[in-house]
Design a protein around this ligand. Structure first.
Ligand code: PLP
Length: 383
C-alpha cells in the first residue's frame, strides 16, 4: 500500500535501531563520538557492522532528518548538514571538480548566487549564469566541460516556477547532472527527484523545520551521489548538530499541515491583494501543484505609498529577513537578500524599493489581510 504524503511525513522509517525503552520520539543522541568494546568492534565499524563512529561522520538524529526528507522526495538516500548553503556546496562538489563547468539560473537565492559567483572559482569550478526562463539561453551556455545544470523549483522573490521536465530532458540530451533547490516548494508541493532530477536540496531552516528555530540543510538523491556528498560534508566539517537535527525532524512532521494551511492562506491573500488599488504587482504562482501554490507572495506597492510608514505599521507582522515560519512575516529584498547588488542589477530583475516579500503563516487569512491593509492605509497617510 502506498501511503499518502500526510502519513509518510509522520511515519517515515528511521535508520537507527529501536531502543529498548521504546521512546515514542527519537531520543537526542547528543554525543560527539561512539564507544567500542574491543578492537574487533572498532574494526567492525569500518566493515559496516556498526552504524556510527564519530558524530561529524554520522549521527542517528541527522540520519533521521536526511532519510525522512529523502522518503518524502521519493529518493533512496538523503543527508542533513549544517545549513542550506553547506548542503548546496556538498551537492555541487559531489558532481563537479576542478576544470568543470556549471550552468546555473541567474535568479537563485542570494547566498547561492554568492557561492556560485565568488567561492566556486577557488575550487577551479567555472560557472555561467543564464536566464532559465529561456531554455535556449541555457542550452547555448552549455560547454564541453559542463557537468551540471543548477536551478530552483520556485525562485526568490518573484516565484518563477521552473520547467523541471524540460530541464531534465535537456540534461539527458547533453549527459549532464541536474540539481534543484526545492526550498520554497517543499516535497509537499513538488518532488523533483521523481521527475528525474539527480540532486534535490533544501534549506531546512525554512519549511522543513518550519518554526524558525533551526539552521539546517538537506540533500537527497541516489545512494552513490549522496555518499559522495556526505564525504565532502565530513571533510569540510559541515555537519549538523544532533539537537538541531532533532528539532528539524520534529518540525518536519507537521509539514503537510503547515503547507496546506499556509498555501490556502496565501491563495486567499494573493487573490485579495490583486484587487487592491495601491498594489502595483502581485507575484504569486498560478500553478505549482495540485496541492497548492506555496506560501510566498511578493508585492510591489504603488509609488504613492511611503515604505517606512508601511513597514512601521505592520503590527504583529514582523520584518524578518527569512521565511517559512508559522508566523506571517515580511522581508525587504532591496535591503537584505539582494542588498549586495547594484541598483542597476536590481532593476534588471525587477527589485526596487517598493518590493516586499511576504511569507504567509498559519494565522487566520482574514487577519493577515486586515493587518496588511492597515499598513497600506498608513503608508498612504504618510505619503
Ligand atoms: C535560505 C535559503 C537558502 C540557504 O539556506 P541556509 O539554511 O540559510 O543556509 C538556500 N536556498 C533558498 C531558496 C533559501 O531560501
Amino acid at each position: 500500500m502506498t501511503k499518502s504524503f500526510e502519513t509518510k511525513v509522520v511515519h517515515s522509517k528511521l535508520k537507527q535501531e529501536e531502543d529498548k525503552i521504546n521512546s515514542k520520539a527519537t531520543p537526542i543522541y547528543q554525543t560527539s563520538a561512539y564507544s567500542f568494546e574491543s578492537l574487533e568492534d572498532l574494526e567492525g565499524y569500518f566493515e559496516g557492522n556498526a552504524p556510527y563512529l564519530y558524530t561529524r561522520n554520522g549521527n542517528p538524529n541527522t540520519d533521521d532528518l536526511g532519510y525522512s526528507v529523502a522518503q518524502l522526495e521519493g529518493a533512496p538516500a538523503g543527508m542533513a548538514s549544517s545549513s542550506g548553503m553547506s548542503a548546496i556546496l556538498c551537492g555541487i562538489l559531489a558532481v563537479v571538480g576542478h576544470g568543470d563547468h556549471i550552468v546555473a539560473a541567474e535568479d537563485t537565492y542570494g547566498g547561492t548566487y554568492q557561492l556560485l559567483t565568488q567561492e566556486l572559482q577557488t575550487f577551479g569550478i567555472e560557472v555561467t549564469l543564464a536566464s532559465f526562463d529561456n531554455l535556449e539561453e541555457v542550452e547555448d551556455a552549455i560547454q564541453e566541460n559542463t557537468k551540471l545544470l543548477y536551478s530552483e523549483s520556485v525562485s526568490n522573490p518573484f516565484l518563477r516556477v521552473e520547467n523541471i521536465n524540460a530541464l531534465v530532458e535537456m540534461a539527458e540530451r547533453h549527459q549532464l547532472m541536474t540539481m534543484i533547490d526545492n526550498t520554497f516548494a517543499t516535497p509537499y508541493l513538488l518532488q523533483p527527484y521523481e521527475e528525474g532530477v539527480d540532486l534535490v536540496v533544501h534549506s531546512a531552516t525554512k519549511y522543513i523545520g518550519g518554526h524558525s528555530d533551526v539552521s539546517a540543510g538537506v540533500l537527497v538523491g541516489g545512494e552513490e551521489l549522496i555518499e559522495k556528498a556526505k564525504g565532502k560534508m565530513v571533510n569540510l566539517g559541515a555537519n549538523l548538530s544532533p539537537f538541531e537535527a532533532w528539532l528539524g525532524h520534529r518540525g518536519l512532521k507537521t509539514l503537510a499541515l503547515r503547507m496546506k494551511q499556509q498555501s490556502e492562506n496565501a491563495d486567499h491573500v494573493a487573490e485579495s491583494l490583486r484587487n487592491h488599488t495601491d498594489i502595483k504587482h502581485v507575484y504569486y504562482p498560478a500553478y505549482v501543484s495540485e496541492k497548492g501554490n506555496g506560501a510566498i507572495i511578493t508585492i510591489e506597492l504603488n509609488e504613492r505609498c511611503d515604505m517606512d510608514a508601511f513597514f512601521k505599521s505592520l503590527g504583529w507582522i514582523k520584518i524578518v529577513p527569512s521565511l517559512a515560519g508559522v508566523e506571517t512575516t515580511v522581508s525587504y529584498p532591496k535591503g537584505t537578500s539582494h542588498r549586495a547588488l547594484t541598483d542597476e542589477q536590481r532593476e534588471k530583475i525587477g527589485i526596487n524599493e517598493r518590493v516586499v516579500r511576504i511569507s504567509i503563516g498559519i494565522e487566520g487569512a482574514k487577519d493577515i489581510l486586515t493587518q496588511l491593509g492597515e499598513a497600506i492605509e498608513e503608508s498612504l497617510n504618510e505619503a
